[in-house]
Design a protein around this ligand. Structure first.
Ligand SMILES: Cc1cc2nc3c(=O)[nH]c(=O)nc-3n(C[C@H](O)[C@H](O)[C@H](O)COP(=O)(O)OP(=O)(O)OC[C@H]3O[C@@H](n4cnc5c(N)ncnc54)[C@H](O)[C@@H]3O)c2cc1C
Length: 397
């Protein structure tokens, strides 16, 4: 047996924590460096599709997630002004049966806490909070990492690899790999949680609902464990209007004749938090022993609810490669070959959804006809490649 490998990870978000856990299971020593002083997650909801759930279940997190998540029966789709859903896509038991894992929704903070609690059971995972600065350089077939902890304690360490899971504004991508800064997508997200009782007469809270309108759409799903309903409203916005929008607590959307939308906007009031949606597209996911995963590598529009899911899949694919490859470079090269095409496809699908959801009349006529024709199981047939994906534990050859 050689000496134990050490892998450094920047970022204790969903991708970073999942990778830490997956690596620890292989006996790898993991050091996670996190900028924040503690584990923190913006208070909003997250959809966990079966492809992501499979990877999480493989880390023995199934029960902990089940305790804090909810499986919607389906997705009701309401084009602008429709009183009844144009289509109800089936989820619930049908998703479990088809994919062997549920399609669930949960609070983001609950998922992050499940991951963080699991990391605390591993002696070979160290999480360093309050990291103000880090640098990484290739050295001796591995990496040399320097960082400053809160209180200005300088630390230095050697490792096998360094993985940037440091989100859309990743410094690992821009500084260590010389990769691009994020591109503004032309879209804003407005997020809030409202009390369950506030919306129980407006939409079916056993399901997810999607309201589509010209240049906007609204996704609604229940978080019963929090006695809350998650609202994510997406609007088109010009770059020059962003600064003003970020100061507002209401999206300022005119609901027109859509009574359902009007009721929701009225009941949510001025509780919204705006969120600029940016994307990252880069062919370069690694340089030598330094690589990136999750939003750092491929931040995407959330219109297929797959950003976190792709980060979770990344972690599940990369961990066995880093644990067993002769070099980190070898592991990252194989990782890129296994992942890039799929991630590109999901990114493109998310963008296409944005165009479809935000269509204006008369294009909506054809869109609505297609939605009606696909039937309640049409999304499964169309998305088997996405939801049916299994991350394989692939050791290096
Ligand atoms: C409105 C909205 C809805 C969404 N809904 C879904 C959904 O339903 N399903 C889904 O799968 N995805 C969804 N997503 C996408 C998902 O939120 C992201 O893809 C996911 O959170 C990215 O995880 P990550 O771990 O890669 O990055 P992050 O969550 O951004 O984590 C990065 C971590 O790195 C840390 N960090 C950053 N810089 C440094 C540094 N220099 N040094 C040390 N640490 C650093 C940060 O503090 C943070 O903890 C949604 C996104 C939005 C905006």
């Amino acid at each position: 047996m050689g000496t134990q490998r050490t892998v450094y990870i920047a970022g204790a978000g969903i991708a970073g924590l999942t990778l830490a856990l997956a690596l620890a299971k292989f006996g790898t020593h993991v050091v996670v460096i996190e900028r924040n002083a503690e584990i923190s997650e913006f208070g909003a909801g997250l959809q966990i599709s079966p492809n992501a759930r499979h990877a999480l279940d493989a880390l023995a997190l199934s029960d902990a997630i089940a305790e804090k998540s909810f499986e919607p029966e389906g997705i009701d789709i309401y084009p602008d002004g429709h009183e009844a859903p144009l289509q109800t896509l089936t989820l619930g038991e049908a998703a479990r049966t088809r994919y062997g894992a549920p399609y669930a929704v949960m609070h983001r903070a609950d998922l992050v806490e499940v991951l963080a609690a699991a990391t605390r059971r591993f002696a070979n995972i160290e999480i360093v909070f309050g990291v103000e600065d880090f640098s990484v350089a290739a050295k001796d077939k591995g990496v040399e990492v320097r960082f400053t902890e809160a209180g200005r304690i300088d630390r230095k360490g050697a490792g096998f690899a360094f993985v940037g899971a440091d989100g859309v504004r990743s410094e690992t991508r821009t500084k260590s790999l010389g990769g691009p800064t994020p591109a503004y997508s032309g879209k804003l997200a407005w997020r809030t949680l409202v009390a369950f009782s506030a919306l129980s007469d407006v939409v079916d809270l056993n399901r997810t609902s999607v309201l589509m309108g010209a240049r906007h759409h609204l996704v609604i799903y229940p978080l019963p464990h929090r006695d809350a309903v998650n609202l994510a409203l997406f609007t088109d916005a010009r770059e020059r209007d962003l600064d003003a929008a970020m100061l507002r607590r209401t999206p300022g959307l005119k609901p027109g004749s859509d009574k359902r939308l009007a009721a929701i906007l009225e009941r949510a009031g001025e509780t919204w938090t705006p969120w600029v949606l940016s994307t990252v597209k880069t062919p370069l996911w690694h340089k030598g022993p330094v690589g990136i995963i999750g939003d750092a590598a491929h931040a995407m529009l959330p219109f297929q609810a797959q950003g976190a899911a792709m980060g979770i899949e990344d972690a599940a694919v990369l961990a066995p490669l880093l644990a067993s490859s002769p070099s980190a470079e070898h592991a990252f090269t194989r990782f890129t070959a296994l992942r890039h095409e799929r991630v590109d496809k999901v990114q493109a699908l998310s963008e296409a959804n944005g165009r479809i959801f935000h269509m204006r009349w008369p294009a909506t006529l054809a869109r609505n006809a297609v939605i009606r024709a696909q039937g309640p199981m049409g999304h499964f047939r169309r998305l088997d490649w996405l939801y049916g994906y299994r991350t394989r534990s692939e050791p290096a050859s």
